[in-house]
Design a protein around this ligand. Structure first.
Ligand code: IMP
Length: 434
C-alpha cells in the first residue's frame, strides 16, 4: 500500500504531469485535495494525444482508476461540466469520478468578486487566475460557503444562496458599482448543472479510508505549489488553499499517518505566474531563453511565465515544510547548451527589516524576501542532447554533477529526472511503488 503525495516544490507548473505519467497507471486512486480550476497541466498519452486538465484529477485519463475531487477543493460546476464534456467527446470514460459531499462550490458571484477586487487593487493585484478561487475559499472560512451536498437539498441551497447574495450584492453594487446577481436565477442555473453531476457526490473520506485499508495505492495530486500555499508561501501573493503536504490529509479527509511518501516536483530552473517576489527572476535574454526553450506559457491562462535560475533556498524550504521524501527533477534538458549553469545557494538581504546579512534559509520577513539578492554558484554546463538518456549514467558528467549538487542543497534524494516532455523521457533512480 502506498499513499503518495505529489507536490510542486516551487511556484507551481513544475511539470507534475510527468510524475502522474510515471505512477498514474499503477495506482487505483487519484485524489485532488485543494484548489479548483485555477490549476492546469498537460498530460500526453502514450498515443501522443494531449489533454489539458484543470479541475479533474489526471487519473481520469487512465482506465480503471477512481478519481476523487476531495473536500478541500472549490468546484466550479460549469467548469466541471465543460471539462467532463471535453473528455467524453474524446472517448474518455468519466464514470469513475467522485466528488466529496463537502467540497465547496465556486458560484458566479465568486468570479465576479475575484475580478472586481483585482481591478480595485490595481498595481498591488495578486495576478489571480480570475476563476473565483479566493472568494470561494473566503466564503468557506466565513461559513457562508455552498457545498456539493447542498445540491442534494434544493431548499437549503436556496436559503444559502439568498443569504450569501444578500451581502455580496451590497458589495458588488455599492462598493464596486456592478450589477446585482439574481438569487433565483443563480439557484435555477446551479440546479440545472447539478442534475448532470449530482450522482457523483459521495462520502469520499470513507471510500478512501476503506481503499487504503485494503492495501490499494493512492496518489494525492497537489496543484499550484509550495510557495503559493496560503500559510507557507509568499503571502499575500499566493493562492487561497494549502498545496503543501499537510493540506493533503485535510483536503482528502485521510489521517496524516496514512501518507507513506511525499514526492516534490522540482523544475531544474524556476518559474512563476502572477505577481510577487521571485529572487532569481531573469529579465534579460536568459529569461527569454528559458521561456522559449522550456515552453513556459500557462496551460490555463495562456500567460507567459516569469523565469529564473534554480533556487536552492526555496527547494530546501519545500523539503522541510512538506517533509519531502523524494524529488522528481523535471526539464533538465532545457538547460543543455549553457556554458555554465547558475544555482542560487543563498540570498543577500537588507530589506529594511534588519541588518544586511547573507542567509541560506528563507528570510523572516516579506520585505527581506522582496529585496533578496541571489548568491550564485556556477557549475560547468553540458552541450550534449540528453533527451534520449534513460539512465543516470548516460547523462553527461556535468549534468550528473548539476543533479547531485541540487540533491545535496535541497536535502532530499532525487528519484526521477525528466529529460523531455514525452511519457518515456524519464530517468528513474528509485521506484516509489513496488
Ligand atoms: P488564484 O489561485 O487564482 O487565486 O491566484 C493566486 C496566485 O496563484 C496567482 O499568482 C496565480 O497566478 C497563481 N496560480 C494559481 N494557480 C496556479 C497554477 O496552477 N500554476 C501556477 N500558478 C498558479
Amino acid at each position: 500500500m502506498a499513499v503518495m503525495v505529489l507536490i510542486g516544490a516551487q511556484w507551481g507548473d513544475e511539470g507534475k504531469g510527468k510524475a502522474t505519467d510515471l505512477y498514474g497507471e499503477r495506482v487505483q486512486w487519484v485524489v485532488r485535495y485543494q484548489g479548483g480550476n485555477n490549476a492546469g497541466h498537460t498530460v500526453v498519452l502514450p498515443d501522443g494525444q494531449k489533454f489539458a486538465i484543470r479541475l479533474i484529477p489526471s487519473g481520469i485519463l487512465t482506465p480503471g482508476v477512481t478519481n476523487v475531487i476531495g473536500n478541500g477543493l472549490v468546484v466550479n460546476p460549469q467548469a466541471l461540466l465543460q471539462e467532463l464534456g471535453e473528455l467524453e467527446r474524446r472517448d474518455i470514460d468519466t464514470s469513475r469520478l467522485l466528488i466529496s459531499a463537502d467540497a465547496h462550490l465556486v458560484m458566479p458571484y465568486h468570479i465576479a468578486m475575484d475580478k472586481v477586487t483585482e481591478r480595485y487593487l490595481g498595481k498591488a493585484k495578486i495576478g489571480t487566475t480570475g476563476r473565483g478561487i479566493g472568494p470561494a475559499y473566503q466564503d468557506k472560512v466565513a461559513r457562508l460557503g455552498i457545498r456539493a451536498q447542498d445540491l442534494l437539498d434544493p431548499s437549503i441551497l436556496q436559503q444559502k444562496i439568498e443569504s450569501a447574495l444578500e451581502l455580496k450584492n451590497q458589495i458588488l453594487v455599492k462598493v464596486y458599482n456592478r450589477k446585482a446577481i439574481d438569487p433565483q436565477q443563480t439557484l435555477e442555473d446551479v440546479l440545472a448543472q447539478a442534475a448532470q453531476f449530482s450522482h457523483r457526490i459521495a462520502d469520499t473520506r470513507l471510500l478512501l479510508d476503506r481503499a487504503i485499508s485494503r492495501g490499494e495505492h493512492v496518489l494525492m495530486e497537489g496543484s499550484q505549489g509550495t510557495l503559493l500555499d496560503v500559510d507557507h508561501g509568499t503571502y499575500p501573493f499566493v493562492t487561497s488553499s494549502n498545496p503543501t503536504s499537510g493540506g493533503a490529509a485535510v483536503g482528502a479527509g485521510i489521517g496524516a499517518t496514512r501518507i507513506t511518501a511525499v514526492m516534490g516536483i522540482l523544475k531544474a530552473y524556476t518559474t512563476r505566474v502572477g505577481s510577487g517576489p521571485f529572487p532569481t527572476e531573469l529579465t534579460d535574454q536568459w529569461g527569454e531563453y528559458l521561456r522559449k526553450t522550456g515552453g513556459e506559457v500557462g496551460v490555463n491562462t495562456g500567460r507567459d511565465r516569469r523565469c529564473g535560475w534554480f533556487d536552492a533556498v526555496i527547494a530546501r524550504y519545500a523539503t522541510r515544510v512538506n517533509g519531502i521524501t523524494d524529488y522528481f527533477l523535471t526539464k533538465l534538458d532545457v538547460l543543455s547548451s549553457l556554458d555554465r549553469v547558475p544555482i542560487c545557494v543563498g540570498y543577500r538581504v537588507n530589506g529594511g527589516a534588519g541588518p544586511a546579512a547573507e542567509v541560506d534559509e528563507m528570510p523572516l520577513t516579506q520585505t527581506d524576501f522582496h529585496h533578496a539578492e541571489p548568491i550564485y554558484e556556477y557549475l560547468p554546463g553540458w552541450f550534449e542532447d540528453i533527451t534520449g538518456c534513460r539512465s543516470f549514467d548516460e547523462l553527461p558528467a556535468n549534468a550528473r554533477s548539476y543533479v547531485r549538487r541540487i540533491e545535496e542543497l535541497s536535502g532530499s534524494r532525487i528519484s526521477a529526472i525528466g529529460v523531455g516532455p514525452g511519457r518515456d523521457q524519464t530517468i528513474v533512480l528509485h521506484d516509489l511503488l513496488h
